[in-house]
Design a protein around this ligand. Structure first.
Ligand code: PSU
Ligand code: MN
Length: 328
């Protein structure tokens, strides 16, 4: 690990540091999906396979987490194994949790020093490191019933402020997809459909909602990223648009051969939501709870689909990172 001059709490893996210094493509990967999004041992196998997929597509993977109280961009296989085996004992770390973990505080019921970064926290660390592309499965969003629960994921606010492009498989219908799109619009976050006019819904290729723009190739997405981030550069624009421009959401539909019937998933999601309600699950526990219940209720079929869509997103993120570097 190379302690980074960029931030006193950040360690860059040497391979990641070299690639960034040379302007070569790097793709950030999150770790909540490892500790809280999938069961062991599939979580570790998937995390390693996703890294391999990024490499095969010509970019360097940088899996992000908090290890022993340090922000890491690029993990060893042993560190990924630790995050996977400890599972829910790893603190789920979003924006608000990072300061505690870095200051050595231990969350109740959690292993000391370890943090599995959500989309929001992974974006923060990627931006600190200078990584522009990030591949995940699904983002957090506006929960169903948010009108009374106020449960809106910090992922959406991070997309509004941090300059990282996030490749996902759309928005999972454990969330209110329409309200999630409204919040993204309010905060000026571009939503791109890769080779589709429709926002995908994670396990299925069509949520019934449209995206802002359909783009059919990686180079076009990279050009939109450059244009977005040029708007914060100052000059005349500084009176109204200077400063960080926020991220972009790139929605990549699950390959058709792995997609799941919406009706089947909808049944499992409705049952999972009812279980959460009955057990009074709220706050940061609700997303991992729902993911776990949906997996259990679909007999592992959804896990297989989840793995495939993450691999697919890693490939697209790497292709966009390659195009982005080539345009630099
Ligand atoms: N949705 C998934 N899989 C996941 C997550 C969401 O299909 O693993 C994780 C991501 O790390 C995301 C986080 O950033 O859950 C959102 O949590 P919350 O809703 O508490 O913000
Ligand atoms: Mn929440």
């Amino acid at each position: 690990m190379t302690s980074s001059a960029l931030n006193p709490y950040l360690d860059l893996d040497p391979e990641v540091a070299d690639a960034l210094a040379d302007g070569r493509p790097v793709v950030a990967l999150e770790s909540t999906i490892i500790s809280h999004g999938m069961p062991w041992p599939q979580n570790v196998a998937t995390a390693l396979a996703v890294q391999a997929e990024v490499r095969a597509a010509g970019a360097v993977p940088a899996t992000i987490a908090v290890i022993d109280g340090r922000l890491k961009a690029g993990l060893t296989t042993d560190q990924i194994d630790r995050l996977g085996r400890a599972g829910p004992r790893v603190a789920k770390a979003s924006r608000r949790d990072l300061p505690f973990l870095l200051a050595g505080c231990v969350a109740p019921g959690s292993d000391p020093g370890l943090g599995a970064t959500t989309v929001a926290a992974t974006m923060i660390v990627a931006a600190l490191a200078g990584i522009r592309l990030f591949a995940t499965g699904g983002i957090g969003g506006v929960h169903r019933g948010a009108a009374t629960s106020f449960d809106v994921s910090a992922d959406l606010l991070e997309l509004a402020r941090t300059e990282v492009a996030v490749v996902c498989a759309g928005v999972k219908s454990i969330l209110d997809i329409g309200l999630t799109l409204e919040v993204l619009e309010t905060h000026g976050v571009p939503v791109i459909g890769y080779q589709t006019d429709r926002l995908p819904a994670f396990f299925s290729r069509d949520s019934g909602f449209c995206v802002d723009y359909r783009l059919d190739d990686a180079a076009s997405i990279a050009r939109v990223m450059r244009a977005r981030w040029s708007l914060g550069a100052g000059g005349l624009a500084s009176t109204w648009a200077a400063g960080p421009q926020g991220g972009l959401l790139i929605a990549n539909p699950i390959p058709v051969e792995f997609s799941m019937p919406s009706a089947l998933m909808e049944g499992a999601i409705t049952a999972a939501l009812a279980d959460a309600e009955a057990q009074g699950v709220r706050g940061k526990r609700i997303t991992p709870f729902l993911l776990d219940r949906v997996n259990a209720l679909t007999g592992g079929h959804s896990l297989a689909a989840n793995i495939e869509l993450v691999l697919n997103n890693a490939r697209l993120a790497a292709a966009v990172a390659v195009a982005f570097s080539a345009q630099g």
